[in-house]
Design a protein around this ligand. Structure first.
Ligand code: GLY
Length: 295
């Protein structure tokens, strides 16, 4: 069968973090998610890969100071910023991840460069050295700080995409948690905790309190459920498991059939999604979205 005959419907979903969002910032979160979505959507509509769509959408979120990733990162207890990011290719199960980096302008792109390399996760100076070896863009840490005007800006951005060849990718990027211990790394760069992608099952990107997501290996639990149930039910099961340790979370999911799901226990969770079958939508709360497991 030709590649064209094998083409399937693409789908993409982005999130801007599971957190309370002040009402005056709702529109900025919707708009930022829609802008990031459009970048990845354009890649998919042109026949590009899920990996590239995820990288490009997360780069757009890293560029938007509305979100705590890249530009807009928060300070740890020492006043430094430390960024984490990861991307996973569901075709090969390759993972690229960086953690506790201070000067990489786009951590998600360095993570994407790692997909073709052996290491899964590089930390701190080693990750920045890898970035220098591969012509990454650098900046001064201070260039990533913004005045958050009362918004704590904690948490993570992410994206899951399914391309027209049936390949799924997932990505995350975070500026960490305000006031956290220097060197602390959360779920975002850890496959099975903050993200996962497998063409045979689906993909997930999470946001929330990293320690809780790590203790419950929430991405892995979601993927396990997704083998037998639809995204909505898999998300409910994953979020119920979080109750064992407490903490808030939000998840965005696309399964291998292109069904989109999302859910959260946080007060708000900014999300935007689109697929070959439906135009872009953006939401701040799951209650706003009438669709269950939209395909
Ligand atoms: N979910 C982001 C973090 O805990 O670092």
């Amino acid at each position: 069968m030709s590649e064209v005959a094998n083409r399937r419907a693409w789908a993409i979903i982005v999130h801007g973090g599971a957190k309370p969002i002040a009402p005056e910032l709702h529109q900025a979160h919707r708009d930022g998610c829609l802008r990031a979505l459009a970048v990845g959507q354009a890649v998919l509509e042109a026949g590009g890969s899920a990996v590239v769509a995820v990288e490009m959408s997360v780069r757009a979120l890293e560029d938007d100071a509305t979100f705590n990733a890249g530009y807009g990162a928060v300070r740890n207890a020492r006043g430094d910023i430390e960024l984490d990011a990861a991307i996973m290719d569901g075709a090969s199960l390759a993972v690229g991840a960086v953690a506790a980096v201070k000067t990489l302008r786009h951590p998600i792109s360095v993570a994407a460069t790692m997909l073709s390399q052996t290491p899964v996760l590089l930390v701190g100076d080693g990750a920045e050295m890898f970035g220098r070896e591969h012509d990454a863009e650098f900046c001064a840490p201070a260039d990533l700080l913004v005045d958050r005007r009362g918004d704590p800006g904690c948490d993570t951005v992410g994206c899951v995409a399914l391309d027209s060849l049936g390949n799924i990718a997932a990505g995350t990027s975070t500026g960490g948690l305000t006031g956290c211990h220097p060197g602390r790394v959360g779920d975002s760069p850890l496959p099975g905790c903050g993200l996962y992608a497998d063409n045979q099952v689906g993909g997930v990107s999470l946001s929330g309190e990293g320690e809780s997501l790590i203790r419950t290996t929430l991405a892995a639990r979601l993927m396990h459920s997704l083998e037998s149930v639809a995204p909505g039910a898999a998300i409910d099961a994953a979020l119920a498991r979080l109750g064992r340790v407490g903490g808030e979370a939000g998840l965005v999911v696309i399964d291998a059939d292109g069904r989109i799901g999302w859910g959260h226990t946080s007060a708000q969770f900014a999300v935007a999604y689109a697929s070959a079958g439906q135009p872009p939508h953006a939401f701040i709360n799951r209650d706003e979205d009438p669709q269950e497991d939209s395909a």
